[in-house]
Design a binder for this molecule. Structure first.
Ligand code: ADP
Ligand code: MG
Length: 454
């Protein structure tokens, strides 16, 4: 039978199955051979072959038989080579038997590139991230899946992406044959949309269902994007059913992601949910020390004065990315001007970063810390009690609110249970007066100020 006959047969099929089915299922079929009653087709994916077998095999057999080529059985094989454009007719494509469940081409499996620096070795562990680190380590061991998914969440720059890359690196080292796919939720959506557009949705499904470990970074991105959410949900369930490990990250806890479907939220909560807490001073210092060691190697001969790293760890509290950026700039600058890295140099060179990371203290924090310090109830801060033991701490909080926040007196008054601005002014003055004579109070204030600005 000639290619022309197949073209004719296809026309007959078009009438039988309708245009939609035809375009989706028949057009992509490539007839590879026909003998002894067996017609062999090449198909883009395994799933594709199954589907055609189940839904259109009878039609195809009948049309072929009518055209003079009696056929009893259809066989489907998936192309081994990277998926060619579907319509191109290839003379002799390498084919693999369908039953062998061919893997999708490796290149499709490439997610986002992994950053070679994001390993477990370079991850500094401290109190705020020790749980997340331990969980990531466990997943990276690649043993039996004990929690699914691993859900890592935390603010910007706290190491979520770093940990996910570290898992991928480690798994690749321990189990080179494992199919590990890491990508951002944005890339997931992009590939999904592209698959829809190119009518490759089955290939997409099959690809994502064929991985051993799926990692999706910043999943909050898909919230509110309905069909992507839907697809993500099915992919997720399919993998969980197959007992494949899933690792997800987000900037907040599953329950707190707005516009995320309830059923997805509850699925995400089924595994192990761990958060990366904001860094503390020790962790920041640890990270800086590690980076500094690296830079000392790179910029041989560059000296960093005692206290500089401590100063940075103390002052730059926003996130690790900013912290690293500061150190990078500092070393680059110092090597340029050939000077030792001193506190002065750091302050000059990083003035903008230091200014931007000046801690913004809120009135609520002040009230909480002061209440804690004086051992009174937080509610008494804003309540009406006039007892000295309560009124004095309240005035201290008013004073600190005036000093440490940009709020106006009326605004502060509102946060203290709707007090008048003159009451706030009186409180502030009172503390100023007392401080001059009461050294205990002065000490308290100094301590509180330091706590609040840490
Ligand atoms: P996230 O994905 O949570 O926003 P990243 O993983 O991208 O944050 O981390 C931001 C930067 O901070 C990266 O360069 C990362 O290597 C670094 N970093 C974060 N936490 C740590 C840590 N504990 N040890 C070493 N580097 C860290
Ligand atoms: Mg990230």
């Amino acid at each position: 039978m000639t290619n022309d006959t197949w073209v004719q047969v296809r026309e007959g099929l078009l009438k039988r199955v309708g245009r939609n089915n035809f375009v989706t299922w028949i057009e992509p079929l490539r007839l590879m051979g026909l003998d002894e009653g067996v017609a062999r087709f090449e198909v883009p994916t395994l799933f594709f072959g199954d589907w055609v077998q189940r839904n259109f095999a009878d039609h195809i057999r009948m049309r072929l038989t009518e055209a003079g080529s009696p056929v009893e059985r259809l066989e489907f094989a998936v192309s081994n080579s990277p998926r060619p454009p579907l319509k191109e007719v290839k003379a002799a494509a390498a084919v693999a038997p369908v039953k062998a469940r061919p893997a999708p081409p490796e290149e499709d499996l490439r997610g986002a590139p992994l950053d070679a620096r994001f390993t477990f070795d370079s991850f500094v562990v401290g109190k705020p991230n020790e749980l997340a680190h331990a969980a990531a380590r466990r997943v990276a061991e690649g043993g039996p899946v004990t929690f699914n998914p691993l859900f890592l969440y935390g603010g910007v720059g706290l190491g979520k992406t770093h940990l996910m890359h570290a898992i991928a690196h480690e798994l690749q080292k321990r189990q080179p044959q494992a199919r590990v796919l890491y990508l951002s939720a944005e890339q997931f959506m992009y590939r999904f949309v592209q698959a829809l557009r190119e009518r490759e949705i089955l290939g997409f499904k099959e690809l994502f269902r064929s991985v051993d470990v799926l990692m999706v970074d910043d999943v909050q991105f898909i919230a509110g994007k309905d069909s992507t959410q839907e697809e993500f949900f099915h992919t997720f369930n399919a993998l969980v059913d197959q007992n494949k490990q899933i690792v997800i990250s987000a900037d907040r806890a599953p329950g707190e992601i707005k516009d995320l479907e309830e059923r997805i939220k509850s699925r995400l909560q089924c595994g192990l949910v761990v958060d990366l807490h904001p860094t503390d001073y020790e962790l920041r210092l640890g990270i800086l020390q590690q980076k500094a060691d690296f830079y000392r190697e790179q910029y041989k001969g560059l000296v960093i004065a005692d206290g500089v790293l401590e100063f940075l760890a103390h002052r730059i509290t926003t996130n690790v990315r900013v912290l690293e950026g500061a150190l990078t700039r500092l070393f680059a600058f110092a090597s340029l001007v050939g000077r030792e890295i001193t506190l002065d140099l750091a302050q000059d060179c990083l003035a903008d970063i230091l200014r931007a990371s000046d801690r913004k203290v809120t009135i609520e924090e002040i009230q909480r810390k002061v209440a804690e310090h004086y051992n009174i109830r937080l509610s008494d801060m804003i309540g009406p009690k006039r007892l000295r033991t309560i009124a004095r701490p309240r005035q201290v909080a008013m004073y600190l609110a005036k000093q440490l926040t940009p709020r106006s007196l009326p605004e502060i008054g509102r946060r203290f249970g709707g007090r008048d601005h003159t009451t706030i002014m009186h409180g502030v003055r009172k503390i100023e007066e007392l401080m001059a004579t009461d050294s205990q109070l002065a000490d308290d204030l100094q301590l509180l100020r330091r706590l609040l600005q840490a």
